[in-house]
Design a protein around this ligand. Sequence first.
Ligand SMILES: [Mg+2]
Length: 349
Amino acid sequence: MKIKIWEYDLALTHTWTIASSLGSGGKNTYGTVFVELTDDSGLIGIGESAPSSRYAENVRSVQTFLHKVDPNRLSFSDIFSSMAYLDRVAPGNASAKGAINIALNDMAAKKQGVSLHDFFEIGFREGKHVTSFTIGIDSPEKIRQKVEEAEQYPILKLKVGGPNDRENIAALRSVAPTKTVRIDGNEGWKTPDEALKNIEWFAKDPNIEFIEQPMPATTAAKDWQWLKSRSPLPIMADENCIGMQDLGFVVDNFHYANVKLCKTAGVSQGYELLNALRNNGVKTMLGCMIESSVLTAAAAHLAEKTDFLDIDGNILITNDPYVGPTSERGMISFAKAPNGVGLCVARRA
Ligand SMILES: [Mg+2]
């Protein structure tokens, strides 16, 4: 097995600001790392790592990890052992491990001549799966402009936890008065009181669906319990839901959970976590980072296993090097994907 690793800077349409990056003034590009595995027969698998500093990763740490990996220890016919090998290389590094996991699953599905969703035996119903489109923290005027530009998307996600939250939702509503909106706090409200006050205010709007991660992930369980029992809107774990090890905490303290492949080290454990949460009565969303169509495609294949989709990373950028499933009007579709095997992605011509 051969491994090829390269970095790529994803360029954002708009400067990207969320509550946890308010002080830094936002970002215009995000670095990602691609991995390509090729076996002796010429079968190729592609994977991507969209590392986040929130989880102590960046392009440098991903490169360092991936260069320690001996590709001859990887096999798409034994993905479980391959992942166990990666855990012996170094702990953590979930998004870097995820890139390899996705490439191995891409190869395994291609070897069988099927799409990843058929390889997982979960299928994909066309016309059923809609992703939200995310609006980052900004001035009310910029929010209005972004919401106008996002006219085609039926579900919006608004990042909050900045100084102008109420003005920003008012600006959004001046353009899209009744669109379904999801609110993402990104750990922005520091106490249960502050969180509850804000959630009660947002809940006056009948078309707000849920609130993601209103308080820091380090918040004590008893404070989450307090908020969960009083919140008029469902609260969703994101920064509190990394992988299987968080299952008990999330089930106890949240209504919903946001699962991301860069947190779960790829699709194998992402699939497992989605199943486990659903079996415990927790509704799930498949989320994303700023990422290309490789990672958003990987998530799209698991759409049947989740309740909400937020896989817009590839629509927030202007230089996606790949094409995959489409998301016109937010509707995820494989009908016009460049091919029907593995991830169903190809390099942009
Ligand atoms: Mg979030």
